[in-house]
Design a binder for this molecule. Structure first.
Ligand code: HSE
Length: 284
């Protein structure tokens, strides 16, 4: 039996929604799982090919891997902030669950493996997600909204970015973020892109991580001058998610190319309405 699983990249935080908000992006990872009688990982990516591989670990959470061949392809950049680890866990979990006949709580399993819910919920459900603990609510991407990614060549580890955050934050910063996250969600729900633009600011995590990726941080602060609605650090960074009206995506991407020359690449991508998809490709 062969299964093919397709999982989207994702951008977490979306500015004010640290560890709560995320969106699925139309850049994909593909996992093929085949019961060949022998454990093997085939991939051209520079990732682990043994049992430390994250897709393998996702699969192993629900089903033995000893007689399974995993083939992994991905267009998701690996430098950080686009939910590759979440996509890999979700791909492995979804494949194992399908072989088991379904029934697992994939979100709970994925949160346990990843440690926080935002990226895994977006990878599973697609669209925009609002996460609290192990529960997630989903919103359809509004019409006319697109993303341009600025992906730095140099990676930053998520663990380092998490270590940059304090245990406690000032009440004023918390209030600022509750207000802006509320505007953002209302804007997404109404399809009001002006409201989305007003809701993108953050005072909890981006300022405290700024020294990890000064160029990304500077780009976020200047995004509106390129014709964008705004920009946010994607997840723990260093990738920047530039929010644009779809009709302007090409022009904004063009202007960003000049800015990114020498340190990052620019990719125009749609927000993805669909999350993980599993397809049976042959009967065994
Ligand atoms: N919400 C997480 C963070 C996403 O910002 O640390 C990173 O995977």
């Amino acid at each position: 039996l062969t299964l093919r699983v397709r999982v989207p990249a994702s951008s977490a935080n979306l500015g004010p929604g640290f560890d709560v908000l995320a969106a699925a992006l139309g850049v994909w990872m593909e996992l093929e799982v085949e019961e060949t009688g022998r454990f093997e990982v085939r991939t051209e990516l520079s990732i682990a090919r043994d049992r430390r591989n994250l897709a393998v670990r996702g699969f192993a959470a629900l089903r033995p891997v000893d007689d399974v061949r995993f083939t992994i392809r991905s267009d998701i950049p690996l430098s950080g902030g686009l939910g590759t680890s979440a996509a890999a866990y979700v791909a492995g979990l979804a494949a194992a669950d399908a072989l088991n006949g379904g029934g697992a709580d994939l979100l709970a399993e994925a949160v346990r493996l990843e440690g926080h819910p935002d990226n895994v919920a977006a990878a599973l459900l697609g669209g925009f997600v609002i996460c609290t603990g192990e529960r997630a609510e989903r919103l359809e991407p509004p019409d006319g909204l697109s993303a341009v990614l600025v992906v730095p060549d140099r990676a930053v580890r998520t663990s380092k970015a998490r270590a940059a955050l304090p245990e406690e934050v000032p009440m004023g910063d918390a209030v600022f973020n509750v207000g802006h996250a509320s505007l953002l969600v209302l804007g997404l729900a109404r399809g009001d892109l002006e409201l989305v633009a007003r809701g993108l600011d953050d005072r909890l995590h981006q300022p405290r991580r700024a020294s990890l990726y000064p160029r990304s941080t500077e780009l976020v602060s200047r995004a509106r001058s390129f014709g964008a609605l705004g920009a946010t650090i994607s997840g723990a960074g260093p990738t920047v998610l530039v929010w644009v009206r779809s009709a302007e995506a090409g022009a904004v991407a063009g202007r960003l190319e000049g800015e990114a020359a020498g340190w990052a690449r620019v990719m125009a991508v749609p927000f993805a309405g669909s999350g993980v998809e599993v397809e049976r490709t042959s009967a065994g």
